[in-house]
Design a protein. Structure first.
Length: 256
């Protein structure tokens, strides 16, 4: 690459709500980015006061759903290449180098997956479906946007997607109440999505779907090999499936 070549610039985006434990580490790990934008859903803790110490752009926006929040953040980015990690994901120096190299030499790729190691109750979870967990964390906004799902949103890309050799550690679990609150939010958003599709819950959804989720995660996807942590994860996720259809049932009956 010649000295006169202009290197592509990178915008780092994040969405947040009450992330005072992670925000400082997250911002400092993105020192390689040319621009950092934080879209915050009106945090009530010290997230904003901590973030304000840094030279970043902070935007307050009411939370609607994950796709709209992320796509809004993308619309504010000055640069085409976007890194969009969750605040509970740890970006290593090796991953940083790989990101920079990919942006400089994309090799006809418009996005890149990052493999994730999930930690729960202080233990790395190797089974239950998490053994193949990956997510797009670098992409070119000219060819990519989030697919519109209210929850479990994914990047929809027009073009080839690569995958990085270096993964990251994902610490989604702070404490049990916090993790359960996340599942409650996911259940609510999934219920809203089903309501928009005019799907009405019945006995199949209330009894079979939660049971199937537990069996699928704990036995078929080998969560049993993660021991008690695998059992707890399978149980709380199966219960979140039950809550999804309970919340859907309540929406049809206009019950808060």
């Amino acid at each position: 690459m010649s000295e006169n070549t202009i290197l592509p610039k990178i915008t780092a985006l994040a969405i947040s709500f009450n992330e005072e434990e992670n925000i400082e580490r997250y911002i400092e790990s993105l020192s390689f980015a040319d621009e950092i934008i934080l879209v915050d859903s009106k945090s009530t803790d010290a997230t904003i006061s901590i973030a304000s110490k840094y030279n970043i752009t902070i935007i307050n926006k009411d939370f609607e759903n994950f796709s709209s929040q992320r796509n809004f953040a993308i619309s504010k980015a000055k640069n085409d290449w976007i890194v969009f990690f969750d605040l509970d994901e740890i970006i290593t120096k090796d991953l940083e180098k790989e990101i920079i190299q990919a942006v400089q030499n994309p090799n006809n790729k418009v996005a890149y997956y990052v493999k994730r190691n999930f930690f729960f109750l202080g233990k790395r979870i190797k089974y239950g479906g998490w053994q193949k967990d990956k997510a797009v964390r670098l992409f070119n906004k000219k060819y990519c946007k989030y697919n519109g799902n209210l929850v479990h949103e994914e990047v929809a890309a027009i073009g080839k997607i690569g995958i990085f050799k270096n993964g990251l550690n994902h610490y989604s679990y702070k404490n049990f109440d916090n993790y359960n609150d996340k599942l409650n939010l996911y259940s609510k958003l999934q219920a809203e999505n089903l309501y928009l599709q005019k799907i009405k819950p019945n006995c199949y959804h209330f009894f079979f779907r939660p049971l199937y989720r537990f069996i699928w995660q704990f036995y078929f996807r080998l969560g049993i090999l993660d021991g008690k942590e695998g059992f707890i994860l399978a149980y709380v996720h199966s219960f979140s499936v039950f809550k999804r259809y309970l919340q859907l049932w309540m929406k049809y009956r206009k019950i808060d």
